[in-house]
Design a protein around this ligand. Structure first.
Ligand code: ZN
Length: 69
């Protein structure tokens, strides 16, 4: 598991994207910046904590709608 947030290298990671093996901090998780691929195929999606936590997020929902058009 990566020790630091991919977007914020000065912060410890609290969660890992198993597909990309990127770490993310709590803020990235809270703002749902943690899922790099809300649209494309992700083989870990069914067990992805990030995806589950962000399922109701407005920003992720909008991103998804954009790519489904
Ligand atoms: Zn971060």
């Amino acid at each position: 598991m990566p020790e630091h947030c991919t977007n914020h290298p000065d912060r410890p990671s609290v969660i890992t994207c198993f597909k990309m093996n990127f770490g993310y901090c709590q803020e990235c998780l809270d703002t749902c910046e943690a899922c790099t691929e809300p649209c494309g195929y992700c083989k870990t999606r069914s067990g992805c904590v990030i995806y589950e936590l962000c399922r109701k997020s407005e920003s992720v929902r909008l991103k998804r709608e954009e790519c489904e058009d």
